[in-house]
Write a protein that binds this ligand. Sequence first.
Ligand code: ACO
Length: 324
Amino acid sequence: MQDLKIVGTAAYVPPLTVSNDDLTTLMDTSDEWITSRTGIRQRHISQGENTSELAVKVGQKLLAQTGYSADQIDLIIVATMSPDAYTPSTAAIVQGKLGAANAVAFDLSAACSGFVFALETAKNILKASAGTTALVIGAEVLSKLVDWHDRSTAVLFGDGAGGVLLTTEERATPLVAGSDLRTMGQLNDKIVAGATTSGTSFPKQVTGLTSFTMAGRDVYKFATNEVPKSIHRAAQKAGIEVEQIDYFLLHQANARIIKQIAKRLAQPLAKFPLNIDEYGNTAAASEPILLNDVVNAGKLKPGMTVAMSGFGGGLSVGTLILNF
Ligand code: ACO
């Protein structure tokens, strides 16, 4: 059957690393608190590179690695909650800088579920159109939305980008065997960043964006309850048992959340790769950076089944069951 294949993965993180100890000079926190509550040891922070620049680096790596030329790309989706601007879209900037003149390009905003939502969207667009090839990139410069004196959020986030090159090919099993995407908009106020105000007087002033606020405990409960349910629903649609999944690539928000999800699914922790210690929570970039790490570590073999789950702002949750 004609279906899709991930022919390349890539990631880029800015070179500056900021350790937990470095943060103690800015706020009342400690390496012990951050490590024990979240599993984070450091994060990469952009110095002047904006979200599109991180995404362009990932796009360039994907083209170089796979041998595809920019004009072969039909679709570019950038999942981000920290775009360069409201307009142009970050994806349009990426399309222009890559010289991907034949690609339609747009952003997808679903916070930490963004990459999973974008991969499912790209799959559906390619299947419904004459296009064959897509770049799906998750990219974030969250450091520009963080209040660097608010210890309740500042310790959690990092910058980075990752992505995949998808193309159609003849294969025995579909790339996406099952999916489950959900939005719980009644909980929209649980994670907010970059909010604007409309202003009551006229003429209006252009005002700045707000920094992160998060109801951490509520999001923790949401993730540990909803992600296992989402994985079960997606596995059911794929016609498999959770036990048949080789790896669970979960959004890297908090190592404790991931351990709790593993427990609820009654699956060994060895099936849940972690890289949050190095990158922190990079929202939409977290899943493709993790996928790239797992691929580069040689862990993914053809024939393996992977559950990829994102969760976060919206609130939102999404799972794809992927055949490699
Ligand atoms: N350093 C030291 N102490 C701290 C820090 C810090 N960085 N942050 C909070 N504290 C203190 C609090 O003030 C509180 O002190 P008190 O007991 O004296 O009042 C105490 O530590 C406990 O605070 P809690 O917020 O209850 O800590 P909790 O154990 O819930 O951990 C955390 C907080 C890590 C944020 C956790 O709730 C969590 O991971 N939530 C989920 C986050 C998540 O998954 N986000 C994903 C989505 S993000 C997105 O979509 C963009």
